[in-house]
Design a protein around this ligand. Structure first.
Ligand SMILES: Cc1ncc(COP(=O)(O)O)c(C=O)c1O
Length: 465
């Protein structure tokens, strides 16, 4: 048993210690990777240490360097040392974090970490919470509570009656919303036809008039979904203005705060979140700016009774402990990983000052990256980061080049940067244009990483003529 763990530690040390030198994005030959892994499953088992060594050997070169400091695609963090170690322990302790009775420490650690997060985000102290696999399932949880509440208000008990024949629900959501919102709604029986996109202004935000235009009388069950930082430019909707308007119409307000809720940790950035605490539910990620290993999102719900009613279930064999918090009452899953340990450890490792420093530093690095790459020949900054996200496109220098040529050039430059192995960036389509998207949330990103990545972009541009 211990031998395999030692091998894992050895390989993890070697991997993490080599991130500086390893290419961030390595070209992987899919057939080669499949052939390395698709060995015949024998009748006899293999010694644990050998399994680990061979797994490492077979996957060598096929891990994207997102754990390191020069990965700026998507919005993905790394893993803080204490969070990573606590996550290993969670696996070693192998607790089923469904109930207090099936893992007392796991239950209480989650209880404490949830309270710390509410406090850090400035959310109502009475709010309930659930630790989910990611923001996708945090949306599911918050929106399940929303569905329950808005239908109950019109006399429909969705737990009892289901959704067939229920009064229709309208969902008003920013046109810049993350698609995980749509998918959460789909899981809840709501389709595209139920979603009304709210137009956004030049700043990427939903203005009061856009919401007012779409709100209809209070007797129609309505859910409003707002962004605490959209995925492209990290635009925050004006919560202090919008939430009272939605509230007057009897709507439930859910906030996608996947990474943006962490702006609350920064004195300079917290203003973007003014009024967000007035919402009814919030979804956030642990595996983004908090830098805990994957498999971590958190949903918060103001009205704990509604949250519990939407999630809780009874079964004869379960052991409810009256004075403890049973996670199953709040979570969509039954048996589950004790993901609170990593969150607890990350928060303790950072402390309030560390979290503030992490947010401020990565925002500054995002700005420096965009300024540095945006100053390269043919680059055009589409969005200079106000938080941690920025957009650049690369113009085709040929006379008479059309928008589609600039799009193609942008994609070619992204590919060329990633091919250097020095940095990894993502692409997106924003306001009809292809753009390179820079996102910085990783605790490992250093100023030297920023310089190295700008230099990589410069050389990629040179090779891309
Ligand atoms: C704004 C936003 N919301 C939701 C999500 C979905 O989060 P997850 O991948 O943790 O489910 C993401 C992921 O990138 C995001 O950026």
């Amino acid at each position: 048993m211990v031998g395999a763990l030692h091998r894992a530690l050895h390989h993890a040390e070697a991997y993490l210690g080599s991130l500086e030198e390893r290419p961030v994005g390595q070209p992987v030959d899919l057939d080669e990777l499949r052939s390395r892994l698709s060995i015949e499953l024998g009748n006899e088992g293999v010694e644990a240490e050998r399994v680990i060594d061979e797994l490492v050997a077979a996957t060598e070169g096929a891990h994207l360097g997102s754990a390191g400091g020069r990965f700026f695609a998507w919005v993905v963090g790394g893993a803080l040392p204490a969070a990573l170690a606590a996550d290993w322990l969670a696996a070693a302790w192998d607790q089923n974090a469904a109930l207090y009775a099936s893992g007392p420490a796991a239950a209480v650690v989650e209880e404490v970490a949830g309270s710390w997060l509410k406090d850090l985000f400035g959310l109502p102290p009475e709010a309930s919470f659930a630790f989910t696999t990611g923001c996708q399932m945090a949306h599911f949880t918050g929106l399940a509570a929303a569905r329950h509440a808005v239908l109950r208000r019109v006399g429909w008990d969705v737990n009892e009656l289901g959704l067939f024949g229920a009064p229709p629900i309208r969902v008003l959501a920013s046109s810049e919303r993350h698609p995980s919102v749509d998918r959460a709604l789909r899981y809840l029986g709501l389709g595209n036809k139920d979603i009304v996109p709210l137009r956004t202004n030049d700043e990427g935000c939903v203005a009061a008039a856009a919401l007012e235009d779409e709100l209809v009388p209070a007797d129609i069950p309505t859910i409003v979904v707002l962004d605490a930082a959209d995925l492209n430019i990290a635009a925050f909707d004006p919560f202090a203005e919008l939430i009272p308007i939605a509230g007057k119409a009897g709507a439930w307000v859910h906030v996608d705060g996947a990474f943006g809720l962490f702006a609350r940790a920064s004195e300079a950035k917290a203003r973007h979140l003014r009024g967000v605490e007035m919402a009814d539910s919030w979804a956030v990620d642990g595996h983004k700016w908090l830098n805990v290993p994957y498999d971590c999102g958190i949903a918060f719900v103001r009205d704990r009774d509604t949250h519990r009613a939407a999630m809780s279930v009874e079964a004869s064999y379960l052991v409810a402990t009256k004075t403890a918090r049973d996670q199953m009452d709040w979570n969509p899953e039954w048996s589950r990983r004790a993901r609170g340990f990593a969150v607890y450890a990350a928060l303790r490792e950072l402390g309030r000052d560390g979290l503030r420093e992490l947010v401020d530093r990565t925002c500054e690095q995002a700005r420096n990256l965009v300024d540095g790459m945006g100053a390269l020949e043919g680059a055009e900054v589409l969005w200079r980061p106000r938080l941690n996200q920025g957009l650049i496109r690369f113009l085709d220098p040929r006379p008479g080049a059309k928008p589609c040529d600039h799009d193609a050039r942008t994609d070619a430059v992204i590919e060329a940067i990633n091919a250097t192995g020095e940095a990894f960036v993502g692409g997106t389509t924003w306001r009809g244009m292809r753009a390179m998207r820079i996102s910085v949330v990783n605790w490992q990103t250093s100023d030297r990483d920023v310089e190295r990545s700008i230099a990589a972009a410069a050389s990629a541009l040179g090779s891309c003529r």
